[in-house]
Design a protein around this ligand. Structure first.
Ligand SMILES: NC(=O)c1ccc[n+]([C@@H]2O[C@H](COP(=O)([O-])OP(=O)(O)OC[C@H]3O[C@@H](n4cnc5c(N)ncnc54)[C@H](O)[C@@H]3O)[C@@H](O)[C@H]2O)c1
Ligand SMILES: O=C(O)C(=O)C[C@]1(C(=O)O)C=C[C@@H](O)C=C1
Length: 300
């Protein structure tokens, strides 16, 4: 049970954290801080937060746990606004999709108080945004990757892990660099590709006709292109180097496929498709087994 929880950015991720903690009875009070007064009024109206703070000073008074759940480029400014009001017993964490940039921004903003910041990232989400998208079940059976810093006290890391466990999540740990390399491949690249495909089709002269006949295959491939452009701009730029590496590898794969197609090499095409089908089936089985609620917290 945590006392006062403060959430900077009460959208899909921060709002779902609040809803999950409330449902578990794991927070005495949840206070929201936001950039958009309309979104904060809506978060209050929906009962996601108990109060909306008028300032970081008001929010941080007596805070036990703080979650930053705003687009990653906002992290430095939010932490700088927190620092003058950061009490010794408060632990601050975040939900950002990238970690090396967040850690760097946190070091710059917090200086010698960096030990109070425990970086994190819930591996769960949707393409919808804002407080109306927040649901209490979002994190059930899903991973939360913590990338603890050498300066973090074990008890502070545990306070963050316990809050996520109360939301139903499973705790994993990686270094920030490992984290960013992994998610460049399996999250950031797929988003870039989905945006690219939809943009490409939308810009064609016969886009209307194409969209008229696009069906479930197109819907599945492009669902994530419905996500927030601001959020994905920030993620793409924050993890630019790793994303460029994955993009180059993917372009090489496309070049290979193009050559197979140009030379009508059906066997080679089928071999790539079969390898992908096999890998995807194995992944689906593994992920379904891993997300079955059970006590299998990999980082206990
Ligand atoms: N959407 C996903 O699938 C997903 C999954 C895991 C992690 N994340 C990460 O979680 C964070 C939040 O994403 P989301 O999907 O909840 O977005 P969201 O748009 O639903 O919510 C973000 C909220 O932050 C607010 N905000 C923006 N700047 C702010 C500031 N300076 N101070 C306070 N509030 C501010 C916005 O007004 C908005 O209400 C991002 O860092 C994102 O990378 C997203
Ligand atoms: O399901 C989605 O819509 C998501 O994009 C979720 C998703 C992802 O799997 O790539 C997106 C960003 C995150 O940081 C974590 C999860």
């Amino acid at each position: 049970m945590t006392g006062k929880v403060v959430i900077f950015g009460v959208g899909l991720i921060g709002g779902s954290f609040a809803r999950a903690l409330k449902r578990a009875g794991a927070a005495a009070k949840i206070v929201g801080v936001g950039r958009s007064p309309e979104a904060m009024a809506r978060a209050l109206e929906l009962g996601i937060v108990d109060e909306v703070a008028a300032s970081p000073a008001e929010a941080m008074r007596g805070a036990d746990l703080v979650l930053i759940a705003a687009p990653v480029a906002q992290t430095g400014a939010i932490l700088a606004s927190i620092l003058p009001h950061l009490e010794p017993g408060t632990v601050v964490t975040d939900a950002g999709s990238t970690k090396s940039d967040v850690v760097q921004a946190a070091r710059e903003a917090l200086g010698v108080r960096i030990g109070q910041f425990v970086p994190g990232h819930p591996i769960a989400g949707r393409e919808t945004n804002g407080p109306d998208a927040a649901i209490p079940d979002l994190y059930i059976g899903k991973k939360v990757v913590l990338t603890p810093l050498p300066e973090n006290a074990a008890a502070d890391v545990e306070r963050v892990a316990a809050a996520w466990r109360a939301c139903g999540a499973l705790i994993h740990k990686l270094s920030p660099a490992e984290h960013d390399k992994v998610f460049a491949a399996v999250s950031h690249l797929p988003h870039l590709l989905a945006y690219a495909l939809v943009d490409d089709i939308a810009n064609k002269p016969h886009a209307k006709q194409l969209f008229q006949y696009a069906a479930s295959g197109f819907r599945d491939f492009t669902r994530i292109a419905g996500s927030s452009p601001e959020m994905w701009r920030d993620i793409s730029l924050a993890n630019r180097e790793a994303l460029l590496g994955e993009l180059d590898a993917y372009l090489a794969q496309l070049t290979g496929l193009r050559a197979m197609l140009a030379s009508s090499d059906g066997a080679a095409l089928e071999s790539v498709y079969a390898n992908a089908q096999h890998a995807r089936r194995e992944w689906i089985e593994a992920i379904e087994a891993a997300e079955t609620p059970a006590d299998h917290d990999s980082a206990k």
